[in-house]
Design a protein around this ligand. Structure first.
Ligand code: TXA
Ligand code: MG
Length: 354
């Protein structure tokens, strides 16, 4: 793939300059690729109704062809154009959580190109809650296909710099709207299955979904991440969120994690390895003068979610060989955080006592 000139434009994320968004929308309409901020992570967008443009997303990211994409819309009327039908449950969820970090699966109709769904008969759709993303869809006038704007397998980008790092020279434009809010991707919920099932925990937590649709269950793949489970969503089977360093995830009581991480650190350092630690406000000081980054307070796992991917990328940029990372409680956003960390660790998980 030969290098293309990637134009980078800065916009105010709350009140984006419409002239600049229009420039992005023109590129989308012309079949080009542009990265833009959403409330979850940066997306790499193309006209979702143009199979050639969508094919270029897979090339730019190095993404396996069998991993389907999410279509981003700015109205429920736009969903009606793309799907066979909308269940009552889905309608309630859209009315309550859109715009927002919830992706729903529907039975697709003929208007959705097969390349979007990787040949499946369901299509994933969401309405982003970010003025830049929202305006871009509105002005383009088409649903925008957008995976996270990282090279395949890397942590998702939460800042324009992350996108530049991964995709500069491979896409036409990057709209820099500053850091994203949630920091993790949307929750992917299959409302076409009986019972409805969460294929990827994310920005909208199970407890909130249960308020409207109590039947929703979690897919064990997304919580346990066992190597030999059968994936229900293509995205579950690929190496993901992986740092260049080897990430080891610790699970257990806070004091036991600190004790165990300190021992592993000493042992890796004595082997001549450079070690980075992903800690929390509560445990930070216990590790003394090492490369330690706090992701935030254990009392507030939304902040930890917000900082997660940037922490991994920052440690990579410091050139560490090993990342030792504290696990979180599986409550609220903790489920989504642990899903990403377990996958970033690809099996390097150490269970310590309570
Ligand atoms: O927050 C987000 O969802 C971000 C922003 C940019 O909107 N997008 C994002 O897209 O995370 P991506 O492509 O990185 O992840 C989409 C996930 C993948 O795990 C994919 O396998 C799954 O959604 N998915 C998409 N369509 C599907 C379908 N029809 N059936 C099952 N899983 C599907
Ligand atoms: Mg992704």
């Amino acid at each position: 793939m030969k290098d293309i000139d990637t134009k980078i434009i800065k916009v105010d994320s709350l009140r984006p300059d419409i002239k600049l968004i229009r420039e992005g929308a023109e590129l989308i309409k012309g079949g080009k690729l542009i990265a833009f901020p959403t409330e979850t992570v940066y997306g790499l967008g193309a006209n979702g109704l143009d199979p050639k443009a969508v094919a270029n997303i897979f090339i730019a990211k190095g993404r396996p062809q069998d991993n389907p994409l999410i279509l981003h819309v700015n109205s429920i009327a736009q969903v009606e154009e793309l799907v066979m039908d909308i269940s009552e449950g889905s309608r309630k969820l859209m009315e309550r959580f859109w715009p927002g970090p919830l992706t729903l699966l529907f039975k697709k109709n003929h208007k959705v190109p097969n390349i979007i769904t990787a040949g499946l008969d369901t299509v994933a759709i969401r309405m982003p809650n970010h003025p830049v993303a929202f305006k871009l869809i509105e002005i383009s006038g088409v649903p925008i296909a957008a995976p996270s704007a990282n090279r395949s397998g890397r942590p998702s980008p939460t800042m324009a710099n992350h996108v530049i790092e991964d995709l500069s020279g491979r896409i036409d434009m990057i709209i820099d709207g500053g850091p994203t809010g949630v920091g993790l991707e949307s929750t992917v919920l299959d409302m076409t299955s009986e019972p409805p099932i969460i294929l990827r925990p994310g920005g909208i937590i199970l407890e909130d979904l249960h308020g409207l649709v109590p039947e929703i269950v979690e897919d064990l793949n997304t919580i346990q991440y066992d190597e030999d489970m059968i994936p229900k969503s293509p995205g579950q089977k690929y190496r993901h969120y992986a740092p260049k360093a080897r990430l080891i995830l610790f699970i257990g009581g806070v004091d036991s994690m600190v004790e165990s991480i300190s021992r592993y650190r000493d042992s890796y350092i004595s082997e001549g390895k450079k070690v980075g630690i992903m800690a929390t406000d509560e445990t930070m000081d216990a590790y003394e003068e090492n490369i330690v980054i706090s992701m935030g307070s254990r009392e507030d796992n939304r902040t930890i979610a917000h900082n997660l991917f940037n922490t991994i990328r920052t440690l990579d940029s410091k050139g560490v060989d090993i990342i030792l990372c504290e696990g979180m409680e599986m409550a609220g956003m903790g489920t989504a955080i642990m899903n990403r960390l377990k996958r970033a660790a690809t099996g390097n998980i150490i269970r310590v006592g309570e």
